[in-house]
Write a protein that binds this ligand. Structure first.
Ligand code: ZN
Length: 207
């Protein structure tokens, strides 16, 4: 676990990354029913890395704060490089889906591309999926059926399967949260859609 002492020199840069992400995501809300500010998500991802993963590497934590800026806001790689350096910008680029592709293809590609991620990108992606499966289990978008939520969990499991061997504690945490989510949603789905056919989990939309 990081100590306060060794984290202090990096704090100004980390607050800069958090502030930059908060500014870029300003006005955006999570799709959850409680419509929490979008920035809560990157904060949760960085928190999982620091608290549960014991990660104190500043580039990894800054990339966690910034990981959705290229994908979901008007931010460029040049901007990230100028503010946070080449390394952080490169991690965020790794974590950015090609938004010109159809959603199903993006989701399938994420499973494949995750195998080639750098270690910082792998760590952020595992924490990202932990945060998302927690939201999908406990605080989902209002219009998502139990089946759609289950499909998201199955897809997240496939992405994390591409990242195994990165960080044992974070992978165990993912497995525990996934098992919990499957139990919660499996029970829901059985009551809600007992007579509808199962849908292949791989290519389901998330939003
Ligand atoms: Zn994310």
């Amino acid at each position: 676990m990081a100590t306060l002492q060794n984290a202090l020199p990096e704090l100004p840069a980390l607050f800069a990354a958090l502030g930059f992400a908060a500014h870029k995501h300003a006005g955006q809300l999570r799709k959850s029913a409680d419509m929490s500010p979008y920035i809560n998500h990157p904060i949760a991802v960085a928190g999982i890395l620091a608290r549960d993963g014991g990660i104190s590497d500043a580039a990894t934590l800054a990339a966690a704060f910034l990981h959705d800026t290229l994908e979901d806001t008007a931010t460029t790689e040049i901007e990230l490089t100028r503010h946070f350096g080449v390394l952080v910008a490169a991690i965020v680029v790794e974590l950015t889906d090609d938004m010109t592709l159809p959603k199903a293809e993006r989701k399938a590609r994420q499973i494949v591309l995750a195998r080639e991620y750098s270690r910082p990108a792998r760590l952020v992606r595992i924490a990202d999926k932990i945060a998302n499966i927690r939201d999908v289990t406990h605080n989902p978008p209002a219009h998502w059926s139990a089946e759609r939520r289950l499909n998201y969990l199955h897809w997240a499991a496939q992405v994390v399967a591409s990242l195994r061997g990165t960080h044992a504690a974070l992978e165990r945490l993912f497995d525990a949260d996934l098992a919990h989510g499957l139990a919660v949603l499996g029970a829901l789905a059985e009551t809600a859609t007992a007579d509808s056919p199962r849908i292949s989990p791989q290519l389901q939309d998330r939003s």
